[in-house]
Design a protein around this ligand. Structure first.
Ligand code: PRT
Ligand code: ZN
Length: 283
């Protein structure tokens, strides 16, 4: 049984549960539970505060954890980072009041900086040779400058809305973060094998999200050009249509190239383009 710790309630909870379910792992509704066992996979899920997850994984109470990279870096526990999960993206940044004439990190010399990430911030400042005093506070960091508690802050940012509404501007990004899978360094061979299975499934889910299945009709005299835009997994499938002179082309395309590919296909004469989501993708 592999014990996986995920955040009980917070920004990473829903995406973590969804990913586990998309990997085909069924478990009872976890509402108000602290742990639950999957019914069709050797996994038990523990629901914890995100701050506690690295510690529990380091001491082996949990084998694996889903948690923000920012928390892993701050807690400095002995865990291995296994996989980047592609959700919970944010950055840990230094922000200063809008009116401050900030030109670079040296302007923070001798200043007071409020943060919930004292270790990451201290390491960053030491590396940059800046001496500032760090005030650790556990929440509402963004109000610290306006109440006279600090000259600047270091906090998580995603849209930037919170900084803006508190009269702050982002000055330097010190860490780019997303949810990651961490593991206990001494996992048994059996647990490693279960984790490897889980990672294989997560990869298939992840790949499918980045990719779409595309079907279109192509005039035969433009097939070569159309196929050039659709490399597919090996190469596209081409089937004759009942209508003479036309073929149906099937392939996969990457989400990030989607609109460019569609525009090229249309100008190459493709018609009846259908794009459908892929649920899982095994290479
Ligand atoms: O109760 P528990 O301790 O488990 O949860 P928590 O309150 O400590 O954490 P939670 O649920 O707020 O965040 C969990 C994780 O989500 C963080 O550790 C990050 O890895 C990730 N994450 C992603 C974020 C954000 N985006 C984020 N925007 N965590 C916090 N924020 C906060 C930030 O602190 C600031 O107050 O959102 C505000 C800024 O957001 P914008 O959009 O206005 O810039
Ligand atoms: Zn927390």
């Amino acid at each position: 049984m592999l014990r996986i710790a995920i955040q009980k309630s917070g920004r990473l909870s829903e995406d973590s549960l969804r990913l586990i379910r998309e990997c085909g792992i069924d478990f009872p509704d976890p509402k108000n539970k602290l742990r639950c066992a999957a019914t069709n996979f050797p996994v038990e899920i523990l629901f914890l505060r995100d701050d506690d997850i690295p510690g529990y994984v380091a001491d082996g109470t949990a084998d694996v954890g889903f948690v923000g990279l920012n928390v892993v870096k701050e807690k400095k526990k002995k865990v291995e980072i296994e996989t980047y999960l592609g959700f919970g993206q944010c950055r840990l940044s230094i922000a200063v009041p809008k009116g401050m004439a900030y030109q670079g990190l040296s302007d923070l010399q001798g200043k007071h900086i409020a943060t919930s990430y004292p270790h990451v911030l201290a390491d960053f400042l030491a590396e940059k040779g800046v001496e500032a005093s760090i005030h650790e506070i556990s929440g509402s960091v963004e109000i610290a400058p306006s109440i006279g508690l600090a000259d600047a802050i270091c906090d998580l940012v995603s849209s930037g809305g919170t900084l803006m509404s508190n009269g702050l501007v982002e000055a330097d990004v010190i860490l780019k973060s997303e949810a990651v899978v961490i593991a206990h360094p001494g996992l048994s061979a059996e647990k490693r094998a279960v984790l490897a299975k889980l990672q294989f499934r997560m990869k298939a889910v992840h790949r499918a999200k980045d990719t779409k299945y595309i079907l279109l009709n192509a005039p035969n005299d433009r097939l070569d050009e159309i196929i050039r835009y659709l490399p597919g997994m090996k190469s596209p499938t081409v089937l004759p249509l009942a209508l003479a002179g036309w073929s149906s082309v099937h392939s996969v395309i990457h989400e990030d190239q989607f609109w460019d590919v569609i525009e090229n296909l249309r100008s190459a004469g493709a018609q009846g383009i259908l794009v459908v989501p892929i649920e899982k993708m095994i290479l």
